[in-house]
Every structure is written in C-alpha cells, then in structure tokens.
Design a protein around this ligand. Structure first.
Ligand code: FMN
Length: 409
C-alpha cells in the first residue's frame, strides 16, 4: 500500500466510531498481565492462565518488520494458547505502512486485540524512534494508530494478506501456526480493538498533551506506566499522573489502565481505589508468582465493598515446585530444548523464601531441560542438595527487584 493510499484510508479510519470490542465486556476494575519481553512468553502466560487467569493478557512486544518479513522464529513471540483469551498482540515499530500490514497479520493470527507499544525505553527501540521514542513524534504516533486501525478494518472487510503485500511463505507460516494452535482466525473476520501502552512523557510529565492526543484517536484502552522514558525503571511510578490521565479519558469511551510497582493484590486494590482507573496491568509482581491473579474476584470485591484486600496466595513448597515443573515442561514443549536456558530466570524466581532456596537456585541456573528440573526438585525434597544459607529464609529476589536490568529494556 502506497503512502497516499494510507493517508486517504486513514482519513476514513479516523471517522470510524469508537469500538471497545472485548475491552468493554471485561469486569471492572480490569486486572491484566503486563507484557514483558523475554519473560511473558507463551509458556509463562499459559501457566498464569492455568493458575487463575488475568482478565486480559498481552504478548511480549514484536517488531512490525519482523512480523511481516522477518525470519519465521520471530513469530514465536506471538505464540499463544486458546486458554489465554482475551489475548492481545503487542507490536512496536515506527513505520505506518508496516503497521498496516502487521495489523492484518495480527488479525489473521486470531488475536482478540492489538496493542501498540509507545513506552519501551530501551536504547535499541526508543532511540530509533519506536516505543517511547514516539512520544517525541506525536504526529507519527497518530499516523501509526490510523494505519493500524485501517489494517484491522480492511482485514475485517475481507482484504487478503496477499493484497496487503505479505509474501506467500509468510502466509503459509501464519496458516500453519493457526492449525497447530487448534484454531483459525478466532471468530472469523472481525474488527479487533486497538489499544496503546505508553509512559507519561519522554523526559518530563506531558500527560495532558500526550494522552490528550492519543485520546483523539479513540483507542479502546490506554495503559499508562507512571514513569517517563528517562526514568526507565528508577524511582516510584507516579500514580497521580495516571489519575490525571484517567480523568482526561472520562466520557471518551477509552479505558485507562494504570501500571507500575504493583507488587501485591493489596497494591492493586489501593491504587484502583485511590486513583480511579478502569483497571491495571501487573508486570514484575507476577514473576515467580504466576498465581498472582487467582484471587482477582476478591481484589474486585475489595475495591467495590468493605472486604479487605486478599493476600497473595501462599503455596506449599510442593505446590510451588509442581507449578515450576509444569512451567518448565510447557516451555520445552513450546520452544524446544535448545531454548531452555531462557527459562532459567523464571526457575530462579520460583526458588526463594524457603530453606535451601539458594542452593536450589544455584542448580536451576544449570538445568538443561524439564527432566533436570524434576531431578533438582526431588534432590531438594530428599535433602540431597546442600542446606540453607541464612539468607534463604528471608526470601531473596523479590519480584520488583527481580534482577532484570533496566537498561536491558
Ligand atoms: C523484563 C521486562 C520486559 C518488558 N517488556 C515490555 C514489553 O515487551 N512491552 C511493554 O509494553 N512493556 C514492557 N515492559 C514494561 C512492563 O510491561 C511494565 O510497564 C513495567 O515493568 C512496570 O510495571 P511493573 O512495575 O508492574 O513491572 C517490560 C518490563 C520488564 C521488566
């Protein structure tokens, strides 16, 4: 599609009425899982869904260029299971035309929604103008939203991937992934809702102008992480800025979800109640605790009534290890044994807060497959691993200090 076509068709797209799609059917406050590259892959999300699903889940972000014409393995970040629905594909990039094509691919893959990343602060993404870099080029951000919406609408109207310039090989890869997942395009041709995840500014809080501009494009939802790009993950998330965004969105039909530093269900209840958002996305709080969302109804009850906020469910060691082992086996099934080293960080997050945890973590960083994980668990339970160091009992590796380097994002 040439640029003139995009521009004229986006004029049409911008006249389209607001369609919140599945977002409008979710219970309030919405309690969802935040996307985390290299962390919230299909295996982790599958385990989260099995433990007690969030209201909505998002994939790790994927480059629109990779999605449309990158090597096939780049599609792996968009693997998902039916049990994750509603599941939203998150994309990043800086070229409206490629977003147009990528939106059609996301629809063809059967996702329930499409989220545009306008918040990633990492040098490789933001300094090239994608992710949070788009906060500095608001008109480009606007063009991207319009082109993406047009891709969604054209898909719903019956346009083919071939007509959108997607090569036959990629079309076959998409079809075979749908068959392997056991679905086709979920629900047939439909216009899925578009959402945006962003930060409160580039180097300072510009919520009024930035969120105001995004609201003009009528996305179904905006998730706001209460930090600027320059802050990366430093300091505390500014929930008063998130509250201002929620106030701006009142009456527009766009939902505002707050994000940042929600370490416990009590944090969720407190922030939703105090800052009047439509919902939240929880990121690092769910690391090593994929059962974070299990009591989401109780969290909602605590927001709307006098009930106290629920505590994070406490699992016995055996239950915790069973979840970890299921996770390891699912990871192997999804991505193959060669990729197994990528799950080791998760294995470490499960091993905390009990006697012998440090010794167990030391072994988990060498696990090469699910059988290794099972063997290490069994050795721990029979006392064959070395005994606890004093640090074990107090619980190391708290999720919000999970060892993920801010500069890596
Ligand atoms: C390892 C890691 C990877 C992340 N990857 C993404 C991503 O792919 N897309 C995105 O929108 N945000 C990403 N984020 C940001 C989180 O979604 C979230 O906004 C941030 O961690 C603050 O929320 P939290 O305090 O609940 O973790 C990432 C964060 C971390 C720590």
């Amino acid at each position: 599609m040439v640029r003139d076509d995009i521009e004229s068709s986006t004029r049409h797209a911008s006249r389209v009425t607001h369609d919140g799609g599945f977002w409008q059917t979710l219970p309030r406050p919405i309690i969802g899982l935040s996307p985390m590259d290299g962390v919230t892959d299909a295996a982790f999300r599958g385990i989260v869904a099995a433990q007690g699903p969030p209201d909505v889940t998002m994939t790790e972000f994927t480059s629109v260029v990779d999605l449309c014409r990158g090597p096939e393995h780049r599609l792996n970040s968009l693997l998902y299971h039916e049990c994750e629905r509603p599941v939203v594909a998150q994309l990043y990039g800086k070229d409206p035309e490629t977003f147009y094509q990528a939106a059609m691919v996301v629809c063809a893959l059967g996702f329930d929604g499409l989220d545009i990343n306008m918040g990633c602060p990492s040098r490789t993404v933001a300094s090239s103008g994608s992710g949070a870099g788009l906060i500095r080029t608001p008109e480009l951000a606007r063009a991207i939203v319009r082109a993406t919406r047009q891709g969604i609408l054209d898909w719903a109207a019956g346009r083919s991937l071939a007509d959108a310039g997607i090569k036959p090989m990629r079309q076959e890869q998409i079809a075979s992934r749908n068959i392997r997942r056991g679905g086709s395009e979920h629900g047939g041709r439909r216009a899925i809702p578009l959402s945006i995840k962003t930060r409160m500014g580039y180097d300072r809080d510009v919520v009024e102008t930035w969120i105001g501009l995004l609201l003009e494009e009528a996305p179904a939802a905006i998730t706001l992480h209460g930090r600027t790009l320059e802050q990366m993950y430093r300091g505390a998330a500014d929930w008063t800025a998130i509250e201002r965004a929620a106030r701006l969105a009142q009456g527009t039909g766009t939902l505002v979800l707050g994000n940042g530093d929600l370490a416990t269900p009590a944090d969720v209840v407190h922030r939703v109640t105090a800052h009047r958002v439509d919902g939240v996305l929880v990121g690092r709080g769910a690391l090593g605790t994929p059962w974070f969302f299990k009591d989401k109804q109780a969290m909602r009850a605590a927001v709307t009534g006098p009930a106290p906020a629920p505590a994070l469910p406490v699992l016995s060691q055996e239950e915790r290890f069973a979840v970890m082992l299921d996770h390891a086996r699912l990871f192997e099934a999804c991505f193959g044994v060669d990729r197994f080293p990528h799950i080791r960080k998760h294995l470490g997050w499960y091993c905390k807060g009990f006697p012998g945890a440090a010794a167990m973590r030391g072994r988990m960083v060498q696990a090469a497959n699910g059988d290794d994980v099972a063997r290490i668990v069994s050795e721990h339970l029979t006392g064959a691993l070395s005994m606890a160091s004093p640090a074990d009992a107090v619980g190391q590796d708290l999720p919000l200090a999970c060892g993920l380097s801010p500069s890596s994002r």
